[in-house]
Design a protein around this ligand. Sequence first.
Ligand code: NOJ
Length: 568
Amino acid sequence: MGDWWKKAVVYQIYPRSFKDSNGDGFGDLSGIIEKLDYLKNLGVDIIWLSPVYQSPQKDNGYDISDYRKIDPRFGTNEDMYRLLDQAHRRNIKIVMDLVVNHTSDQHYWFQESRKSKDNPYRDYYFWRDPKPDGSEPNNWGSHFSGSAWTFDEETGQYYLHYFTKQQPDLNWENEKVRQAVYDVMRFWMDKGVDGWRMDVIGGISKYTDFPDYPETNGQKYVLGKYHANGPRLHEYVQEMNREVLSKYDCVTVGEANGSDIEATKKYTDPRRHELNMVFNFDHMAADQKRGTPAGKWAVKPFDLVELKKTLSDWQLELAENGWNTLYFENHDQGRVISRYGNDTAYRVQCAKAFATVLHGLKGTPYVYQGEEIGMVNCDYELNDYRDVEIHNAYRELVIEEKIMTEKVFLDAVAKVGRDNARTPMQWNNGSHAGFTEGTPWLKVNSNYKEINVSQALNDPDSIYYYYQKLIELRHTHDVLTNGDFSLLLPDHPHIFAYTRHSEQEDLLVVANLSESQEVATVSTEGWSPLIYNYPDPPSALSEIQLRPYEAAIFHRAAGESEQLPANT
Ligand code: NOJ
């Protein structure tokens, strides 16, 4: 099967926040269909839909109670088939979210499983006896605070859940579970779905002896290496590939929680027949401290040198047999310009600069809804947030364990809280930003009168048109897909510069990711600008003068000069 996905650009839709067509305050599939021409005009090749299946919505659809049914909030199965048809007519592919590390506790399998120890579905999930003192089987924590185990009175055992207690983890050791998942995949692919984004795929194989974490760092419940990369992970992924994926011309991207470069090579080396690419998280921690009891909420000032090193390591390590995803935003991350950049005075230049450095890399780029118009974080009061992760963390870190003050916690949420990315899409300056005629499920960001799609479409210098051009470059310049990567100025605290090199063409990507004027000591003699984010390209000869958040990509045909800029 082809590797068309290497040249593709993906657009992620978080359906509940994209476009509401019926006034119930939730985005829906008909709303997405209304906006397909907008996405076609942007130039994207693939849409990844966060989950739209039937769900009690304890984790916004990542808790599925029926894998074959569309949730009425989002529409009907017929709407989904219409979306597939309408997208395909526009030559856009549709990727669905495969959430099979866990189900909802309302799924039939779990409803049966919890009934009795000898129920045929008992072994679809992980049930374990309490320790002799009645406590949890081990000290594993949930990603959403507290223990990863919940006691069920009915049968006197605990069940495992890596996320909320309404998201019990499936037991992939059970062949019937695996076959049931493969059936679901076939069901949708036979309807025309073009691929899968696989939620927490790194978690599907468990260490079934469930060892306690020996190092607790003073915490009652620990999240660590046992939560991912279990002994049978790659065996399962290969089986899934053999039984299902290999039979379709599809694209696959795993959310590879807990995966380092070595594990990523295993997933993405085409000779191993697993996945096309995976999402990693290392580069999204350049403003977070590691290893503190505050987890992801321990924020620090953005460190560009760290970001460059991480991205560069991944570029180099996956250069031969592997493939990278390129992303800064998704529904689990704050907006990149609010975290790593400037979302006020230099919002437009900054959004374009981050887009430039990302889309110049080797891999498949992902644009998250609203990123293409420079949407920013929301900075709400605690009660305005809807995310279960935020509220659970508040209870644990601020109220119960007093690890952080409310102020410090809310400042961190304003940077890295997931709802920052989930505020309704800002379509225009009308009521609720044109997202809904009803009451939106999450407040619209108050800046929608200035930041919205209709403004962007009317401004030829908008972030939107800059993305359109970057996407077009990905389609027209093969060096973006295939060229070698080489980092320049690795220790420069404000400049991100690198080259891409192929036999036909070279690119020089350079960006000042700061508010000050900077000088990049790279020569652009013989290079011509392809794209830049100020009205005129940066002035250059032996060195490049860069204005705040100025960015550009230069190119030249191979052979125009012997030497690429030196790595100084
Ligand atoms: C990762 C998803 O991206 C996130 O939104 C969700 O909460 C967890 N997996 C659990 O499914």
